[in-house]
Design a protein around this ligand. Structure first.
Ligand SMILES: Cc1ncc(COP(=O)(O)O)c(C=O)c1O
Length: 395
């Protein structure tokens, strides 16, 4: 990362420079940092001429798999590619339907479309934006091939129930855990309880190397198909020939060098985003105008983003912008995209639509100074007082 003062902005994501805290009046919605150890690690990879996919990637994959207690982990270019490869490795393709939640980042559905299959959108629960299993059961058809639950913002989908439903209908289960690395329910890591789990190493994730993704699985046969898919159908590079369809979905040792250092910081990052969430939750409890969308941090869920709902989103966004505070609208429900709505002609997604109108992500991230969170809270309080009077802000 470049040296200097202030914040850097990349693709709309601002993140504080490693050596300087963000100025008090300028709060990015997301803050993460790469420090000297990451810089040294990638420099060392270059010095060692480890720039393509090789032993550093292998070491990262081993460490990642060990941390999650799974047999296999494969590093790939992004979380989106991880999802696509997991689907392809299970033979999902044209004519197949895959059930995905209507509330997720669009990558989940695009992976299904890229595999040539059809994403079928299930409604979310009333309490949290996670797959509603009654809605899933209602959408299972003779064409359904797979279920793709999403552990949105570190919240755990009930995998026992998902797997039981899948068993009854003979379906593949792939977990989208792109927002749920090292989030857990009890003693189980999210993303490790199905045929394959997919993680993202993008900038606005728990750990990052710029872009990147990881697929984890338990079965050796799945691992072999993923390896072949990642490299044009080559399972064993010592043997000539191309055994099956594949592509170039390889990782690089330079990315792995950074990712290995970030992996060591995962706990620290998880602790910080949890503390950020806890602070907002304590401050916003019992306010009329704004509520946190619950994450069960007591059960081990890691809230990557502090998400809220407010009926006055535009007003709140404008108020925070006046204080040089960034925030983000939550991603739109999938049924609002015409190319996804086509396969879902008569949607009834009232629960999802609640977030389209009122869902907002407050400033957070693994390097967000807690002083920034306090500053945001004081701005929220002023906004709330103006809107509803002191009682509305719970003070
Ligand atoms: C739920 C979810 N799925 C998939 C992805 C795709 O990951 P990537 O951006 O690494 O392709 C993301 C990324 O934001 C995500 O949030």
């Amino acid at each position: 990362m470049a040296k200097g003062r202030g914040t850097l902005s990349l693709h709309g994501v601002s993140f504080a420079n490693a050596s300087t805290a963000a100025p008090a009046t300028s709060v990015p919605w997301w803050s993460t940092t790469l420090l000297e150890p990451e810089a040294e690690a990638v420099a060392q990879a270059v010095r060692d001429r480890r720039i393509a996919m090789g032993p550093v990637t292998e070491t990262f994959e081993r460490e990642f798999a060990d941390r999650l207690g799974v047999a296999h982990a494969l590093a790939v270019p992004s979380g989106s590619v991880a999802l696509l490869m997991a689907l392809l490795a299970h033979g999902v393709g044209p004519g197949d339907e895959v059930i995905v939640p209507n509330r997720t980042f669009i990558a989940t559905a695009h992976a299904v479309l890229m595999a040539g299959a059809t994403p079928v959108l299930a409604e979310v629960r009333a309490d949290v934006p996670l797959l509603d299993l009654d809605s899933v059961a209602a959408r299972i058809s003779p064409h359904t091939r797979a279920l793709l639950p999403v552990h949105l913002n570190g919240r755990a989908v009930d995998m026992e129930a998902v797997n039981a439903l899948a068993d009854r209908h003979g379906l593949v289960v792939i977990e989208d855990a792109c927002q749920a690395l090292f989030s857990r329910r009890g003693d189980r890591w999210l993303g490790t309880e199905s045929d394959a789990g997919c993680y993202s190493l993008g900038v606005a994730k728990l750990i990052t190397c710029g872009y990147g993704g990881v697929v984890v699985c338990h079965a050796e046969s799945t691992r072999d198909r993923l390896i072949a898919l990642r490299n044009h159908g080559v399972l064993d590079t010592s043997k000539p020939g191309y055994g099956s369809l594949g592509f170039n979905f390889k990782f690089s040792d330079m990315m792995a060098a950074i990712a290995r250092v970030q992996l060591e910081r995962a706990q620290e990052h998880g602790d910080r985003v949890t503390e950020v969430y806890r602070r907002y939750r304590a401050a916003l409890s019992n306010w009329d105008g704004i509520q946190m969308i619950p994450v069960d941090i007591e059960a081990g869920e890691v809230p990557l983003y502090p998400e809220v709902v407010t009926a006055n989103r535009a007003s709140l966004r404008a108020h925070l912008a006046d204080g040089s505070i960034q925030c983000q609208d939550m991603a739109p429900s999938l049924h609002l995209s015409p190319h996804l709505a086509a396969a879902n002609p008569s949607p009834a997604y009232a629960r999802s639509e609640r977030y389209d109108e009122s869902g907002l992500i407050l400033p957070g991230g693994p390097s967000q100074p807690l002083a920034n969170v306090d500053l945001v809270i004081s701005h929220l309080q002023k906004w709330s007082h103006r809107l509803m009077g002191p009682e509305g802000a719970g003070t």
